[in-house]
Structure formats: C-alpha cells, structure tokens
Design a binder for this molecule. Structure first.
Ligand code: HEM
Length: 282
C-alpha cells in the first residue's frame, strides 16, 4: 500500500503509470478491436449492423474453439472434458443468439438506408460460420470457393473439411463403447461429404436413452449437451430468418440468393439428426 493511501485510510486506487501500452491493451488489443468499424454509408444505423456482425463473428470463433476442444477430447475418450466444452458452448450460443436483439426489428426502410452500400457482401461469405457447420457435420466443398482469394482462411476451411467433424467423433465414441455402428459409417465414408443420418446411429442413441443402456449416464449426458447445441443452432438460424423477413421481405439477398426462401430451406436442416429421431423410439 502506498504511503498516501495508508495516511488517508482510503482504498488504494489503480495504477496509472505504464512505460508502454497498458497490460490490458497488450492482452485485449482493444485499440485494434475498436478501430475495425469501417462503415460504408453515412447512415447512423449502419454502425450497430456492422458491430453486431463482428460480435457474432467473435462468438463463432469461441464456439469453434469449444467444439474443436470437444472433438479432440472425444478422440481421446475423455467425455468429461468434451461435455464441459459443449456446455460452455451452449452458454456462448445463448449469448450469440441474444445479440440478434439490436437487429431483430429492423424495418425495410431502415435496412435500405445502408443496404446498397454493402454491395455483394453477405454473411453467406462468413468462413467462421462454415467452420461451425463443418464441425456439425454439414460439410460442403463448394463453400470453400468464395475464399479462394484469402489463403489463410481457405487453408483453415480446407483442413476443417477433411477432418472428422465433432459429430463424427461422437459416432466413433458410440462405436468404441460397443454400439454396433457399421464400418460404412465409422471408417469407410468420405468425411468431407455431408453427414447422412444412419439407422445404426439412431438405434445407438435409442439404446443410450433407454433405461437399460449406458449405465453410468455419461453418453446420455453427452447426448443432451449435443441436443442443446443443436437446438440453439436451430434458434440462431430461425432468428436470422425472422430478422431477414422483417428487414427485406421476399427480396433477393445481397449475396445473390433468393433471400428468405433460401434461408427457410437452410433453417429446416436438422443438426445431429439421430438425436432427434431416436426420441420416437425410446
Ligand atoms: C437483419 C440483418 C440481416 C439480413 C437482412 C440478412 C440477410 C441474409 C440473406 C438474404 C442471406 C442469404 C444469402 C444472401 O443472398 O445474401 C443471409 C445469409 C447469411 N447471413 Fe445474414 N442477414 C442479416 C444479418 C446477419 C448477421 C448479423 C449475421 C452474422 C454474422 C449474418 C450471417 C449470415 C450467415 C452466416 C449466412 C449464411 C447462412 C447459410 O449459409 O445457411 N446475417 N443473410
């Protein structure tokens, strides 16, 4: 405690003097982060559109990290570490989804005020979102094409395309725990293609969720953590769909798609399909 604080009996105040930048800045890089907001129009409403998009990119990055952590833990049969990472990711997905708030009620006139400035820019071109989808098992080589001009991003996506997804690792755990999963699902399939639902995997989840299966409940806990993830991803897609419907009706998207009609089809995708269908058989 400084002499001054001792004498005045006041609580010590934070340090003010640093030789260089503050330790906070060195860690958080706030100066970089808060100077990345280069809006493209004069519309005052564009700032929150850009920042919300950037915030979501940061959440995508954290969630990819959690799911990669979970996938690696599953590879080593460390289910507690995998479940802990998945549970962290569900709280992060809730925060991600809450960040729709500032954009959820945009009117077409408000969105039009800066929409043309976005040119062909679209969230469809988010590489980190694709990494999330690839980890869910929704692989697609064509989603690499937009990133040919960005070598680092392209290389990361290409690696993710050819690596087992989080769900591939889950299915392999089911196989190692004695559930009869055929080689056609476990080892022979091309993991760079989208995961297709399997009757054997559905039967395994049915057994896990039935009272007689998985005596210690660890696999059922894994199943529930994955179901939470699936539900929250579905919610993100639906919140995005509704926000889009409010902001632009049935117009075509800046990325060139049919807009809402195309997003409706995407939002119908079932994440971890057998975890949903197995419920009919338990
Ligand atoms: C209200 C504002 C928004 C509107 C009107 C909107 C509109 C659209 C539309 C029409 C598409 C289809 C592709 C296209 O033709 O452009 C799309 C895709 C996408 N948007 Fe948005 N978007 C909004 C906000 C956001 C935000 C804040 C993010 C966060 C990163 C985001 C991420 C995405 C992603 C990841 C896709 C691809 C979805 C997929 O591949 O299934 N969008 N958006």
């Amino acid at each position: 405690m400084s002499q001054e604080a001792l004498e005045s009996n006041e609580p010590e105040t934070p340090h003010l003097d640093f030789a260089g930048t503050t330790p906070y800045e060195d860690y958080v890089r706030a100066d970089v982060l808060t100077h990345l907001q280069h809006t493209l129009s004069d519309d005052p409403g564009e700032m929150v559109f850009l920042v919300t998009t950037q915030v979501m990119e940061l959440w995508f990055t954290v969630i990819v990290h959690e799911w990669e952590t979970a996938a690696a833990a599953l590879r080593g049969d460390d289910l507690p570490t995998a479940i802990a990472a998945l549970k962290r990711s569900t709280r992060e997905l809730e925060a991600l989804n809450a960040s729709w708030k500032p954009l959820g009620q945009l009117t077409p006139a408000q969105f039009n005020s800066y929409r043309s400035a976005l040119g062909e820019g679209s969230g469809f071109q988010s590489a980190m979102y694709r990494r999330m989808e690839f980890l869910l098992g929704e692989k697609s080589a064509s989603m690499l094409v937009p990133h040919r001009g960005a070598p680092r991003v392209h290389a990361e996506l290409e690696k993710a395309l050819h690596e087992p997804s989080l769900y591939d690792e889950v299915v392999r755990v089911l196989g190692r725990r004695g559930y009869p999963i055929p080689d056609a699902v476990l080892v022979e399939r091309d993991i760079s293609l989208p995961y297709a639902p399997s009757d054997a995997v559905e039967a395994a989840w049915t057994a896990v969720y039935s009272a007689e299966g998985d005596g210690d409940g660890e696999l059922a806990r894994l199943g529930e953590a994955l179901t939470d993830v699936a539900e929250l991803v579905w919610r993100w897609r639906n919140d995005h769909l509704v926000a889009t419907r409010r902001a632009m009706g049935a117009k075509t998207g800046t990325g060139g798609s049919a807009g809402v009609a195309w997003l409706e089809k995407r939002a119908r995708k079932n994440v971890f399909p057998e975890l949903w269908t197995a419920r009919s058989h338990v």
